[in-house]
Ligand binder design. Sequence first.
Ligand code: NAP
Length: 273
Amino acid sequence: MKPKSVLITGASSGIGRELAIEFYKNNHNVVLFARRKEKLEILAQELKDIPSKASVVVIAGDATQIEDIKQALKETIHQLGRIDILINNAGAGLNSFFEDLEIEEAKKLMDLNFFGLLSFSQEALPYMKKQGCGQIVNISSIAGKRGLPSRSIYSASKFAVEGLTEGIRVELEPENIHFTLVRPTSTQTEFFDVEPKGNSYLDQRDRARMTAKQVAQIAYKGILKKKKVITISFHGKLAVVLNTLFPNFTDWIISKVFSHLKKVTVAKGDSHF
Ligand SMILES: NC(=O)c1ccc[n+]([C@@H]2O[C@H](COP(=O)([O-])OP(=O)(O)OC[C@H]3O[C@@H](n4cnc5c(N)ncnc54)[C@H](OP(=O)(O)O)[C@@H]3O)[C@@H](O)[C@H]2O)c1
């Protein structure tokens, strides 16, 4: 297979990091993008120890800042000559009951999970159209198909990603630009440690079923096949079907699964963990 140039946002940890390893070891050139430059440089060093014919480029930046996005794409083209795949993976969670949700926190989350992804995609399009092809991979979630208690704004941000992707893929597929939605279920990453805390506490770290490596390996195969949707796990697929056919029953199951969700009082700026 011809090596591809792949820009991965949120490559400094979790699923993005493992996707970078997967693409690099299969001889695809990778651009690592995230805010924590030192983490990206450590990963770049680790990649260079893996036998591969690929190149690695590190670009530090913030996915909510349009100038950083423009610069990342310009630098990708400058270093690698093209961008075949953009993986919009950078994202975060927010744990808060709706009644206590702070609107500024909600807007910040939408800025990253939705508008960051939207801007990255829009800015990548002219390069892909000029090349005559391209693929944009949007990392969604099962929470983008079924809302969850204390995570309603996170779910809303991922529902927005799903709607956007479904709409634009019909617009742009005739121009040979392909879109892939990836829906992981609960995965063992920094996600649950770093998410801004609200007033609900649910330690999901122990509940995370999959490792980031497992998610990345499944996603990698589906991305190369240009699948429109990659729902990572059996549980995820079941949840989507159940929610579509039996929403009341799904509400009941979710109320049981989340029955130990507790309301806690926490000082602003603190972390639960
Ligand atoms: N973990 C799960 O259970 C799960 C389940 C379903 C979907 N997902 C989705 O999978 C994606 C990856 O999450 P993860 O689980 O791998 O979490 P993670 O380990 O916390 O990784 C998040 C990545 O996003 C980057 N990021 C955060 N804010 C950013 C910003 N403003 N600009 C640029 N990069 C930023 C972080 O890097 P820096 O801090 O260095 O910027 C980090 O590399 C997210 O979209 C998430 O919603 C996760």
